[in-house]
Design a protein. Structure first.
Length: 455
């Protein structure tokens, strides 16, 4: 019988959600992470025992019995990690985070959201829709929802679990969804997959894991060919294609409203709680899953209007008629493109400046022309050094190669992350965006204060 769960990499956004699940079920929860963060401090306040040095002797005694301790680790942990090696040598039950999530999809009806981008917002929106309805849900999300201040929802009586299905390291192959959305399949993680073809094949295999009699809702026009033992429907923004789509879109006065056209029943006069264009499509996908789970039109309308978004996903820190500052997790060229497009729709004719921190040397190497093209839609581009995450530097791969490929006439420059606050003080902008999946967001509060001082 499992009485304790030990997490190697407990501070990760996905790992911490599972840690919270076990904490709320009354198990002993402990773990290691490299550095303390607001998230790990929250876990400690909730009862988790966490240390920040890679030392076997710091593993709590309660987690040293191989018959009663489950060990969970992330793919980002290197095989030679001392604590992982200790658990391997002593034959503990060791599982990847994705394996634990897979078990949960077999215990509940899994509503999963996969795709290169849009996963976190769409899965968080889906979880909010269900949690605010008579259906309710458990949820394991890839971001901190503003409605709940957490990346986890517990509903012991609900049959449903909402999961963000991550393709990194083929993690989503451990899942058995009852219903899943696939938002996009633009090639990514080529350090893992090698080729776009292998990436697309990974998504095709994922569709085979849907439970018989389940549902696949896939974005219209994706390159990959699904092969599910399930009903297939499509979604899109366009009213001309897609089984689920929007019509009668009204944008104005700081609001976005539209009608959902659906094979499961239309929902009129939907209002977005976070009124940006990209959330029309995210919302259509989330509402499709909500309808599959049995939500009523009134429940859907109410929850869509009250959804407040996710930290670092189109996250406004300052929003006034004169100036705005927001941060966004966008770290893939298509994410950057959609983010900037949405901002242009909200702020037409305004001077929009972006500070981008590239994430990973391999991703920069593989997509630098596309990054440059997407960023060229800004009025000015500032690039910090690459955030390495799990990687070592690659010779010749720096932010300079993105800068060198900006479209002619687009002003851009390199800055040090350490100088970002001084740079912001000197910048001329109407709207400022900080972009990327690294640690640039650590400066968000200070940047917001500087922007406020410019008003």
């Amino acid at each position: 019988m499992i009485t304790a769960v030990y997490f190697i990499g407990i501070g990760g956004i996905g790992m911490s959600a599972i840690a919270r699940y076990y904490l709320q079920r009354g198990l002993i929860v402990a773990g290691y992470d490299r550095t303390p963060t607001p998230l790990t401090r929250e876990l400690e306040r909730e009862g988790a025992l966490i240390h920040y040095e890679e030392r076997v002797d710091l593993i709590p005694e309660a987690c040293r019995d191989e018959t009663s301790t489950l060990v969970v680790y992330t793919p980002a942990i290197p095989p030679e990690h001392a604590e992982l090696q200790y658990f391997l040598i002593h034959h503990f039950n060791i599982q990847k985070r994705a394996q634990v999530l897979g078990t949960l999809t077999r215990m509940h009806k899994g509503l999963c959201v996969a795709g290169t981008h849009g996963k976190t917002t769409t899965s968080s929106m889906t979880a909010h829709l269900l949690h605010q309805s008579h259906v309710d849900c458990n949820a394991f999300l890839g971001g901190i929802t503003k409605n709940y201040g957490t990346n986890y929802i517990l509903a012991p009586e609900s049959d449903y679990v909402v999961i963000e299905a991550d393709e990194f390291d083929r993690s989503f192959h451990h899942l058995s969804p009852f219903a899943t959305v696939i938002t996009a399949t633009d090639a990514d993680h080529l350090d893992i997959y090698g080729t776009e073809e292998a990436y697309l094949e990974s998504f095709r295999h994922y569709t085979e894991l849907i439970q018989p009699g389940g549902y696949l809702v896939i974005h219209e026009g994706l390159k990959m060919q699904p092969n599910p033992p399930a009903e297939v429907t499509t979604f899109t923004y366009s009213r001309e294609r897609g089984d689920f789509h929007a019509e009668n879109i009204r944008i104005g006065d700081g609001a976005i409203r539209f009608d959902l056209i659906s094979p499961l029943g239309n929902v009129t006069d939907v209002e977005l709680g976070v009124p940006v264009g990209i959330n029309i499509e995210n919302g259509i996908a989330a509402m499709a899953l909500a309808q599959i789970a049995g939500l009523s039109p009134d429940e859907i309308r109410s929850a869509m209007a009250s959804f407040r978004g996710v930290d670092r996903r189109f996250d406004f820190h300052v929003r006034t008629p004169e100036k705005a500052y927001l941060s966004d997790y966008a770290h893939h060229p298509e994410e950057l493109r959609q983010c900037i497009k949405s901002i242009r729709e909200v702020y037409p004719g305004r001077r929009i400046v972006g500070i981008f921190q590239p994430h990973l040397f391999t991703r920069t190497r593989d997509f630098y022309p596309d990054f440059a093209d997407a960023l060229s839609d800004l009025d000015e581009v500032l690039l910090t050094e690459i955030y390495p995450a799990r990687e070592l530097p690659i010779e010749g791969i720096t932010s300079q190669i993105i800068l060198d490929n900006l479209r002619p006439g687009v002003p851009g420059r390199l800055i040090r992350k350490a100088d970002v606050l001084d740079v912001v003080r000197q910048l001329d902008f109407d709207v400022l965006i900080t972009l990327g999946a690294g640690d640039l967001d650590d400066y968000a509060e200070q940047i917001a204060a500087i922007v406020q001082s410019k008003l």
